[in-house]
Design a protein. Sequence first.
Length: 199
Amino acid sequence: MIDSSDITAVVLAGGKGSRMGGRDKGLVPLANRPMIAHVLDALKPQVGNIVISANRNLPLYRRFGFPVISDEQDGYQGPLAGLLSAMRHISTSWMLCVPCDAPLLPGNLATRLVQALEDKPGKLAVVHDGDKLQPAFALLSRHLEPDLEAYLNSGQRRLRQWCMNHGPALADFSDMPERFANINDPRELQKILDALLTD
């Protein structure tokens, strides 16, 4: 059984935010707080440690009180680059990755991902919302670091494909697919705000 104390959550906040007009999505206000603050609050009871993967506004992210790790590769190489850099800095055996723009994160995310790996032992578990795979929400073994490095060095960047290469265990979240809604543009931001206000 994987203990929560042996899991480090990595909040992926290193993107360019292109569809948000270049805004740093983790710092976009939502209900009078930065979006990442909602994600961090949901994660704190679920894991032993938390780190933030970010490539700009580093002093602002450090104010949340967690280590901030930047991509070792230049040029916004995508979420896998953030995961690889984080893997090289954490000390736990397991890493829970989540994006910074999913403020409705469920409180049992880690528990269900761990259970999925109990049911199907392996090195990777991914959320399935009943309709599709959600590869940005995953629990993975730190021992996948060499494989991830080789994948990136080969020029590939697709998170979903990398996950599927490992035959992941699937955590069923078909009872709460709305919890994995993420914010890519101002319209979605308003939709999430409405959900928070009525929650």
